[in-house]
Design a protein around this ligand. Structure first.
Ligand SMILES: [Zn+2]
Length: 239
């Protein structure tokens, strides 16, 4: 193969393009993950607000129940008061008075509970307002962040499609047999290199010194050579 040097140059170029594709893809994956995390943060806010609103609804319902209980008790008390006017015996009178006392005590207990309920409602309403404020702030900053990420994704996508074309073009210039070998070695070295330079007889794929004869042969550039230690395609690089 006379054009071995040229072919190796193409392989190195292809490898460079593929390395860049890999790093852009990992940047894009990170960006996608980041978008998901940001969305999840907002969902968490919404969930908290919904929970608080549900608690508030419960309290309002409870409060209405207390109100109606109070009304019922007051009615009963009024009726008992009315009966007072028509009693005949002192015993009856005393027992009605006792009833009235009990009804008053009941209502006073309910009133305490109502006050407690109002305090709690107030507290939760404040919480909700605070959360909603925070939500607006968070969603503003998340929106900005998302815009930035989306722009990164778009730019990355454009760069990626350009690199894909480069890969196609460079691949076409490489001998199919050679390309096949390259791809096999690449598969065996995931994330690593398949074509590596040799400098001062040292393989830069595995940092092992090549046998002198193989190293000498590399200078001829007339056939494909592999590192006997890491099996990668090797080429000479003097600088
Ligand atoms: Zn090696």
């Amino acid at each position: 193969m006379e054009d071995m040097k040229e072919q190796i140059d193409m392989l190195v170029k292809l490898q460079g393009v593929e390395t860049e594709i890999g790093s852009i893809q990992s940047i894009l994956n990170d960006a996608h993950r980041k978008l998901e995390t940001l969305d999840a943060g907002l969902v968490e806010f919404e969930r908290t607000i919904e929970e608080q609103e549900a608690i508030l609804e419960e309290l309002k319902k409870k409060y209405r129940d207390y109100e109606s209980d109070t009304r019922i008790n007051l009615d009963r008390e009024k009726k008992t008061q009315a009966k007072l006017r028509s009693v005949k015996t002192n015993r009856e009178y005393q027992s009605l008075l006792k009833e009235i006392e009990e009804e008053k005590a009941k209502n006073s207990k309910i009133e305490d509970k109502m006050i407690e309920c109002l305090d709690r409602m107030d507290e939760i309403e404040k919480n909700i307002a605070k959360k909603k404020d925070e939500y607006v702030q968070a969603s503003n900053s998340i929106m900005k962040e998302k815009e930035k990420i989306k722009q990164e994704l778009e730019e990355g996508g454009i760069r990626l499609s350009k690199l894909d074309k480069d890969r196609e073009n460079v691949s076409r210039m490489i001998n199919p047999e050679l390309l096949k070998k390259y791809l096999i070695i690449k598969k065996q070295n995931p994330g690593g290199l398949a074509v590596v330079p040799v400098k001062n007889a040292l393989c830069h794929g595995c940092n092992v010194i090549l046998p002198p004869q193989l190293y000498n042969e590399l200078f001829h550039c007339d056939s494909l050579k592999f590192c006997p230690n890491c099996q990668r395609i090797i080429y000479l690089k003097d600088s």
